[in-house]
Write a protein that binds this ligand. Structure first.
Ligand code: NAD
Length: 503
């Protein structure tokens, strides 16, 4: 376990808000400072945060831009997204490095996230060519029934810190291609990357006011981005606590709201599984991105016939993880995103111990040498976790894996479903019948068979059920449809012949 930053510290970026096509200071006196979680002495960016009045100015700008953006042909809107995707591809390496400095994930993961986001932009750009509705035959002669998909107006996009590139672009791209104008509020831990996202759309030729950026604390302006009367929809990703608040406020106004929230995702490793494959998947799911994925594997259910053998393999593998600065290419796991998340991780580790779970490995903050300047925690595994324990039920959002054992497939399935969340899940088995039964009965929005709980693709819906999500799914056609209003047109072209019609 090692590693300090391996390159000279770049200069601190002084960031601004983007409202009506202009880069302006936020009105609050409160300074927001983004630091490198691998070494919190390094400041990445600074800015003056927005207040509610700034947020309202962003809504004014979006409202003013809406009529002409709505009137632009959808393929032309799509071409701007395509251009933005091309610019992002050119800047991929540079932005991945910024992501690692600002958010902490290791460089290979940051590059993977960049690629995922670019794929999503490319996919939604193409949707500009396919913004059609449908036609249907009418019961009436010389009548045509068809539907149109139309934009909603001004929409708010509120995003978390854990995927600071992919989540904003998978929301902004469909919102724009559908013809909406956007007020974008990223998490205040990752402002530098958010500014680069907006710069990419600006460079691609997006007209002023169509995309506006407000940076600052959710507590300072979050509610206004849901309750402002001109906001027609909110697309939110983040914690359950804030998601429920956003959903309640938006619901009271009767606007469209989609909230993608937390997860506590189970992986089942059954007795007949390819254990080497399962090992790779569980490692990636539990400790990739320092466990800070909504889709992270945080519960592991082992067929008791292979449980001891699999845990032995898992512990040997975890020992190989080098924890440190994600810029160092030999590092396998980066820091927690900040001191507060690190504290949460350590608190849950203490809770696990006090609840009587058996700590198999990890559990400590890492403070050797340069690591003491960062927010590093050991990859941690608890065995003997029961469904009544908080370790089993609550999202930690860190590299902490809760393990239990099952005697029968039915028991494993029940354990997987015994949770408030329902984002994603995985089963490792070679038995087609078990794989099919699991896919059918697992209570989750996404099921993986012989692959880790993580990941998504532009072409298919992404999202959860139960406590993990409410509203429409993201990505794919569903992700686009959320940002549209569906209109049905009844077109009667019988004209003068109508009076003679027997119908
Ligand atoms: P968070 O809920 O603290 O913040 C999310 C966003 O909401 C931030 O931009 C924040 O500033 C803003 N916000 C805060 N208060 C607000 C308010 N009153 N009104 C409106 N917005 C407000 O979440 P986080 O800590 O940034 O992210 C981690 C969480 O996100 C985890 O729970 C994780 O599971 C979840 N997540 C879910 C998915 C998914 O697709 N299901 C994906 C990624 C992350």
């Amino acid at each position: 376990m090692t590693a300090a930053a391996t390159e000279p510290t770049p200069e601190v970026s002084l960031l601004k808000q983007y409202i009506a096509g202009k880069w302006v200071d936020g009105s609050t006196t409160r300074e927001i400072v983004s630091t490198n979680p691998a070494d919190t002495r390094q400041v990445v960016a600074k800015l003056k945060g927005c207040d509610q009045a700034d947020a309202v100015r962003a809504v004014d700008a979006a409202e003013a831009a809406f009529a002409s953006w709505r009137a632009a042909p959808a393929p032309a809107r799509g071409r701007i997204i395509a251009k933005a995707a091309a610019i992002a591809r050119e800047r991929k390496e540079e932005l991945a490095r910024l992501m690692t400095r600002e958010q902490g994930k290791i460089l290979s993961e940051a590059l993977g996230e960049m690629e995922k986001g670019i794929n999503l932009m490319e996919w939604f750009a193409g949707e500009g060519m396919r913004m059609g509705g449908m036609t249907q035959p009418s019961e009436l002669p010389r009548n045509l029934l068809y539907t149109l998909r139309q934009p909603l107006g001004v929409v708010s996009i509120i995003t978390p810190w854990n995927f600071p590139w992919a989540i904003p672009v998978w929301k902004i791209s469909p919102a724009l291609v559908a013809g909406n104008c956007v007020v974008f509020k990223p998490a205040s831990l990752v402002p530098a990357l958010a500014v680069e996202i907006v710069k990419i759309f600006e460079a691609a030729g997006l007209p002023p006011g169509v995309l506006n950026l407000v940076l600052g604390a959710g507590s300072a302006m979050g509610d206004i981005l849901v309750s402002e009367p001109r906001i027609k929809a909110v697309s939110f990703t983040g914690s359950n606590e804030i998601g429920k608040r956003v959903h309640t406020l938006g619901g009271a106004r009767g606007i469209k709201v989609t909230c993608e929230m937390g997860g506590k995702n189970p992986a089942v490793v059954w007795g007949d599984a390819d254990l080497a494959l399962a090992l790779g998947g569980v490692m990636k799911g539990a400790f990739g991105s320092t466990g800070q994925r909504c889709t992270a594997t945080s519960r592991l259910i082992l067929d008791e016939r292979i449980a001891d053998e699999f845990l032995k393999m898992l512990l040997a593998e975890v020992k190989k993880i080098k924890v440190g600065d994600g810029m160092d290419q030999t590092v396998g796991m980066g820091p927690a995103v900040d001191e507060s998340q690190l504290k949460t991780d350590l608190e849950y580790i203490a809770i696990g111990k006090s609840e009587g779970a058996k700590l198999l490995c990890g559990g400590r903050r890492l403070e050797d040498a340069d690591l003491r300047h960062g927010c590093f925690v050991e990859p941690t595994i608890f065995d003997g976790v029961t469904p009544r324990m908080r370790l089993w039920r609550e999202e930690i959002f860190g590299p902490v894996l809760a393990v239990t054992r099952a005697k029968t497939f039915e028991e494993a399935l029940a354990l997987a479903n015994d949770c408030e969340f329902g984002l994603t899940c995985a089963i490792y088995t070679q038995d087609l019948t078990l794989a099919m039964r699991f896919s059918q009965d697992a209570e989750a929005g996404m099921v993986h068979v012989n692959s880790p709980t993580i990941g998504g693709e532009a072409q298919v819906p992404f999202g959860g059920i139960k406590g993990s999500g409410v509203g429409e799914r993201e990505m794919s056609k569903e992700g686009l449809h959320f940002f549209t209003e569906l209109k049905t047109v009844f077109l009667d072209y019988t004209g003068a012949a109508r009076s003679s019609s027997i119908y």
